[in-house]
Design a protein around this ligand. Structure first.
Ligand code: S3P
Length: 435
């Protein structure tokens, strides 16, 4: 079966933020209209940008940007819902804007660490006031302009931290240099370069260095097409690998293939699934995120190990890899992934609890887990933990377990993948239709 998945969550939010900061109208298409994208769009509207309703079919919208110095003070609190990317990137953009705004989020987002961005933003000269608990939302950002230059060693490889600092440098007209332990997704760097901003990056003995020099005083409006989200495609491709979509497998068309995001495809191949990638655009064509079609067919899977520098390139797919491990031969191990504990839920604890609830043998470590695969039937009740990726990972397992797995709140999937359950049903029926 050939399918498409909704637009990339990371790129949608970046496109909206940069279009809001551009001087004039930008044309965006392929945007995600899931919960996180809606939250960021709503916050940008409150800051003065003209953003129409996000269409459900990826059709083009025109975003009226206010310019790098044009954000206005919002009348109410900015509620970023479940979106860590929205909250952290907007804090950066606000830090250099001279505007004051208070940001909050849902219970999951209010529990997530914010000091990783507020510390560098404070070092650049913005004022940050936590109103309830230190390092947690809600937070008031008192933007300043211009900001001080920064040379920040980030202890975590986090695209949200890196992007927040770059956006602060952009609105605050400050030199910004970030060094991360290894390269995290580079969408912001690519988009800034596309818009003519000088951003250079390279490996150093300390990790990965990204440097923005001479930020411009205006950002040109632009046209941008968001490809399908490879992290959403991962669920569909995992289902195909497990045989849940029939012997022919699945092709996902028009999916983002940015190399800083695609290590899950390497893992699927390593576990034994046939993976075919047909690239439709060049990896380094400016202004275009690489995209193409990915086909996966079913296979007997074998266990694998993931860790080290591979982790940031498949960060959001780790719960799914653990779930695949439950159906693979041998023990699948995940290490160096302590960051998973700071996501929409503590994903290491959530996966461990859910897999154990189904009778799977799991060992939990601070920075990962080990899952013993088996082919015996799995059944039981699992929790969503208010986390879209936990929900969808176990959703895939449910489809290949004759629906004997019940999830307490399936609706959470719509944060990044509206239509997920309908697509799962269609894929699960594909073998019947082929008969
Ligand atoms: C994202 C970066 C990653 C990822 C998240 C989206 C982004 O988080 O887990 O889903 O859009 O920059 P970190 O930056 O916290 O690693």
């Amino acid at each position: 079966m050939i399918v498409r998945v909704p637009g990339d969550k990371s790129l949608t939010q970046r496109a909206l933020i940069l279009a809001a900061l551009a001087s004039g109208p930008s044309r965006l298409s392929g945007l995600l209209h899931g919960g996180d994208a809606e939250s960021t769009a709503r916050a940008l509207r409150a800051l003065g940008a003209d953003i129409p309703v996000l269409p459900g079919d990826g059709s083009e919208i025109v975003v009226g940007g206010v310019g790098l110095r044009g954000l206005r003070r919002p009348t109410g609190v900015l509620d970023l819902g479940n979106s860590g990317t929205g909250a952290r990137l907007l804090m950066g953009a606000l830090a250099g804007s001279g505007v004051t705004a208070t940001l909050t989020g849902d219970a999951s987002l209010r529990g997530r660490p914010m000091a990783r961005v507020t510390r560098p933003l404070t070092a650049m000269g913005a004022e940050i006031r936590f109103s309830e608990a230190d390092g947690r939302l809600p937070v008031e950002v008192v933007g300043r302009h211009p900001l001080e230059p920064i040379d920040w060693p980030s202890p975590v490889a986090s695209a949200q931290v890196k992007s927040s600092i770059l956006l602060a440098g952009l609105t605050g007209r400050a030199f910004a240099l970030v060094t991360e332990p290894c390269q995290s997704r580079d969408h912001t760097e690519r988009m800034l370069r596309f818009l003519g901003v000088s951003v250079i990056e390279h490996a150093t003995s300390d990790g990965w260095r990204v440097e923005m020099r001479d930020p411009p005083d205006r950002l040109r409006p632009f046209e941008f097409e968001v490809p399908g989200d490879v992290s959403s495609a991962a669920f569909v491709l995992a289902l195909a690998a497990l045989g849940g979509a029939g012997p022919a497998g699945v092709t996902v068309q028009g999916v983002g293939l940015n190399p800083s995001r695609t290590a899950f495809l390497d893992v699927l191949a390593r576990m034994g699934a046939p993976v075919e990638i047909e690239a439709r655009s060049a990896v380094d064509e400016p202004g275009i995120e690489p995209a193409g079609d990915v086909t996966v067919r079913p296979a007997e899977l074998s266990a694998t190990s993931v860790g080290g520098d591979e982790i940031p390139r498949l960060l959001d797919e780790l719960p799914l890899i653990a779930v695949l491990g439950a159906r693979a031969e041998g023990v699948t191990t995940i290490r160096d992934a302590g960051e998973l504990r700071a996501k929409e839920s503590d994903r290491i604890a959530a996966v461990t609890r859910n897999l154990r609830a189904l009778g799977v043998e799991v060992e939990e470590h601070h920075g990962g887990l080990a899952v013993r695969g088996s082919d015996r039937p799995l059944s039981g009740r699992v929790q969503s933990f208010d986390d879209h990726r936990i929900t969808m990972s176990f959703g895939v397992l449910g489809v290949v377990s004759s629906r004997a797995i019940e999830i307490d709140d399936p609706s959470v999937a719509s944060v990044s993948f509206p239509g997920f359950w309908r697509l799962m049903d269609d894929l699960a029926r594909a073998p019947e239709r082929a008969r």
